[in-house]
Design a protein around this ligand. Structure first.
Ligand code: AMP
Ligand code: MG
Length: 412
């Protein structure tokens, strides 16, 4: 199964959850907007000054010197938050940034180009043109236009934008509840002593972090031993309590791999050998829940720590985003970067190399890769800034361009 075919199939099964909640804007970071937002006002609501300075009518500008200076009496003072009076013809208004432009004025000159005289007039130096330093009503947002689209993930600047049109609450999809557990008799929780034959459970923490980065609620079922009965029990409970189940390990074809058979017994399973490295085996399916109309989707990720990270980022993340109500963009956007490494053996699997961007003394940015690209070496992911994607059947030579997916594209 190719990466692209697996992705298309997985996305075709991702239905957005129906539950929507109304949240105060300050609490919506990272949540998915459930309804497009249309402005009922112009922003800014009136023409206003972009500078501290003087407002006047440019047709009043009769030069008093060869360099074009003009001299006008000052007839009013307008600070931000105040309202203005119509400008007395032939005068200027002292004005501050954000203050409304008085009717009759069409130009503002910043105070650094003005000189106050003792008689209360001001000398203003050119250049001045109609519209200078004036922010027009509605130039940021026009009334009745859509400022945020339903199905987008809210970022800090979107929260600010929606507040600027006076909206205090937003409808967002409720957080997805994701159940996780790690299989493996060899697993020990950090904090406990390590006895011979055991290793620490890393995947629980990688998965928890990945899910929190996507604003999911995590229901942790801990470590599940390598036996059929325990695996079935936990799967059935997790399916009742969650919107999605993710497991690590136990999906290979070894005698101690029970996840596959347990899922088949409780629901439906598609088991794939994905043409990618790291992360070949991937299980995708669903667990039937007696009281529910719809079964709970299930991902069985490989056990190797790097494979967990890669398969989550590539397959589980887009599925979660769509299930959270997101419509776009679901897939990461790679950027072309210059390779500072050779990758000369082409394979029939798509490879995701752990890579960093380095800026050299010549100012150019190039990608380097971690020396140990084993799917068991978690240091490679912790060291990296992103993944270089090497398409099936291709190679990369130093100096050629390669596709880089920054972790910022994968971890939110
Ligand atoms: P499995 O897919 O269960 O055969 O596991 C593949 C490899 O990943 C084995 O070397 C496991 O010991 C290792 N592994 C499985 N689960 C974890 C985990 N939670 N944390 C760290 N390593 C794991
Ligand atoms: Mg195992």
């Amino acid at each position: 199964m190719s990466v692209d075919d697996a992705m298309a199939f997985i996305l075709s099964k991702a239905a957005p959850i129906a539950d929507i909640e109304d949240l105060e804007v300050s609490r919506t970071l990272g949540r998915v907007l459930a309804q497009s937002q249309i402005s009922t006002i112009d922003v800014p609501p009136t023409d206003n000054s972009a500078m501290d300075g003087f407002a006047f009518a440019s047709h009043d500008a009769t030069p008093i010197s060869d360099d074009g200076d003009i001299r006008l009496p000052v007839s009013q003072r307008i600070a931000a938050g105040q309202t203005s009076q119509p400008l007395v013809p032939g005068t200027a208004a002292r004005i501050f940034t954000g203050a409304p432009i008085p009717s009759g004025a069409d130009s503002v000159v910043m105070q650094e180009h003005c000189r106050m005289m003792d008689d209360g007039s001001v000398i203003i130096s050119p250049p001045f043109h109609p519209g200078n330093n004036i922010r027009k009503r509605g130039e940021d947002v026009k009334k009745d236009t859509t400022i945020l689209e339903s199905g987008m993930k809210l970022r800090p600047q979107d929260m600010g934008l929606v507040a600027s049109i006076g909206v205090a609450h937003l409808p967002v999809y409720r957080p997805l509840r994701v159940a996780i557990f790690c299989t493996g008799d060899e697993l020990t929780m950090p904090g406990a002593a390590l006895v011979p034959g055991k290793i620490y459970n890393a995947n629980r923490y990688t998965l928890t972090g990945l899910l929190h980065a996507l604003r999911c609620e995590v229901i942790d079922f801990g470590i599940v031993p390598d036996n059929m009965a325990a695996t079935r029990t936990v799967l059935a409970t997790a399916a009742r309590q969650s919107d999605l189940i993710i497991t690590s390990g136990g999906v290979s074809v070894g005698d101690e791999d029970h996840v596959k058979a347990a899922v088949e017994a409780l629901g439906h399973l598609d088991m794939w050998r994905i043409a990618m490295k790291p992360g070949k085996p991937l299980a995708f399916g669903s667990i039937d829940v007696p009281a529910h109309d719809t079964p709970t989707p299930f991902f069985g990720l490989p056990g190797n720590p790097v494979s967990v990270f890669a398969t989550f980022c590539l397959f589980v993340r887009p599925f979660i985003l769509r299930r959270q109500g997101m419509t776009h963009p679901l897939l990461p956007q790679p950027v072309p970067v210059c390779a500072d490494f050779d990758w000369l053996q082409s394979g029939n699997r798509r490879e995701y190399l752990r890579a960093r961007l380095n800026t050299g003394t010549d100012g150019a940015t190039r990608a380097i890769i971690y020396p140990n690209q084993s799917s068991a070496a978690l240091t490679s992911v912790s060291w990296a800034h992103g993944l270089i994607c090497i398409t099936e059947g291709t190679t990369v030579q130093r100096g050629q361009m390669a596709n880089f997916i920054p972790f910022t594209e994968l971890l939110s």
